[in-house]
Design a binder for this molecule. Structure first.
Ligand code: SF4
Length: 425
């Protein structure tokens, strides 16, 4: 397992396998793609030092689509969460041409797309053709994850038959009582309660027990603010949420810290509080509650602390803000949204992170153009300044790839990692 870099007296935090992106990129069938990219970067840097324009290297550029994308199928949402990180873009009636979306996924798969996380920008399950998108991806062998608010689990039940063991569905619920759930999420329909959502999970598990269903809990403490609102605190519901999740046959509950947006460039950042004096008591309370919840682990139920929570607790989160100039993960993982193609989930709908327009993968010609834009953005988007406030979990893999570019002779000795068939980035 890969160790994360840390500074000073802080303890190292071990990357959980799902965040060990360097190991994921060395899996059989993927390693050659990593090597192709590194060799191209070596060639490009040499050419650049000789004063050549990037256009001259287009013919040798790796002919690949991203390995993994976050796919926002819609900007529509049936909740009005105060803490929504996509608050500014919701319900703007900006859409794909559906056939072009399907074409984009087909072309990307033909160039190596292996996993899709169907996620935010809006609520994916309210997209009328959600089921068609899922079935299309599964028919091409693509692994999928779905992040949903839980209000349309009938749509998950409908597609459960095609989901496989590496696929997953994660419900963003963030509460252990219905009062807190409704205060935080403001669902537009009265029938949507926390219990009503959770009680639908066993029927999905009955239909297909093979894929994973998770309960996601973003921990909000007493001075969290977003979108000019004070966000409802939920630290005292950490245990109640785990109890509810276990009772309703979720496979796990995961706890993550609240993210806010940087004023400078709208990036999502982890920040416990502006006031250092308050950090210890808040973190101590969170730790106590999470430890109580952990007692419920077992019998097929897991209680997971996110890497973000661990690095926030041990104070090493600032280490993840030291990025190399070039973010290589833009090549392997992107966001496809009705607002365009973006280089990172942290920068959905941020202009300086835009690779192309929403149908930029719909035809082979568009795909070629987007590949070129990606390589240009890797060169021009300076992650060392743009991402200097972001606790970036891709920090390790970016430095790892930098190391390979500096020492391409290591490529020949590079060995496969274990084949976990996990291509989510
Ligand atoms: S360095 Fe991290 S936060 Fe910045 S663009 Fe890359 S992956 Fe995203």
């Amino acid at each position: 397992m890969t160790k994360l870099p840390t500074a000073g007296k802080q303890k190292q935090v071990e990357l959980s396998p799902i965040h060990d992106f360097a190991a994921k990129l060395r899996q059989p069938g993927i390693l050659e793609r990593l090597k192709d990219y590194v060799r191209w970067q070596v060639e490009w840097r040499k050419a650049r030092d000789e004063g050549k324009p990037m256009e001259e290297l287009y013919s040798s550029m790796p002919d690949q689509a991203p390995l993994s994308i976050n796919l926002d199928v819609t900007t529509a949402c049936n909740y009005a969460c105060d803490h929504c990180v996509d608050f500014d873009i919701l319900n703007k009636n900006i859409r794909y041409d559906h056939d072009k979306l399907i074409d984009s996924l087909t072309h990307m798969q033909s160039k190596g797309l292996r996993s899709v996380i169907i996620i935010g920008g809006g609520e994916p399950t309210v997209y009328p053709k959600f089921g068609e998108v899922v079935r299309h991806l599964k028919s091409m062998g693509v692994k999928i994850g779905v992040v949903t608010n839980g209000s349309r689990l009938d749509r998950i039940l409908e597609v459960a038959d095609v989901l496989e063991p590496e696929d997953w569905v994660r419900l963003s619920l963030d509460s252990g009582t219905n009062d807190t759930f409704r205060a935080m999420h403001k669902p537009k329909q009265a029938k949507v309660t926390l219990e009503w959502i959770c009680e639908q999970v066993p029927a999905i598990k009955e239909k297909n027990p093979n894929f994973t269903i998770g309960f996601s809990f973003i921990i909000v403490w007493n001075d969290c603010e977003a979108n000019d609102f004070k966000i409802h605190e939920n630290v005292d519901e950490i245990l109640a949420a785990a109890t509810l999740a276990k009772k309703n046959r979720f496979d796990y509950i995961s706890y993550k810290p609240f993210l806010t947006r940087a004023e400078r460039n709208n990036a999502e950042i982890v920040e416990l509080t502006q006031d250092d004096q308050k950090v210890d008591p808040i973190m101590a309370k969170i730790r106590e509650r999470v430890n109580e919840a952990k007692q419920l682990g077992g019998d097929g139920f897991r209680v997971i602390e996110s890497t973000n929570l661990k690095v926030l607790e041990n104070g090493s989160y600032k280490d993840y803000t030291d990025q190399p100039k070039n973010c290589h993960m833009q090549f392997f993982r992107q966001v496809l949204s009705p607002l365009g193609i973006f280089n990172c989930p942290v920068y959905r709908h941020v202009p300086q992170a835009e690779i192309g327009e929403k149908h930029g993968y719909a035809t082979p010609e568009d795909l070629l153009e987007s590949q070129r834009s990606t390589l240009k953005l890797i060169e021009t988007f300076d992650a060392s300044t743009e991402c200097r406030e972001v606790t970036c979990l891709y920090n390790h893999v970016n430095w790892y790839i930098e190391g390979l570019i500096d020492h391409p002779e290591r490529l020949d000795q590079l060995e496969h990692s274990e084949d976990r068939r996990d291509y989510f980035l």
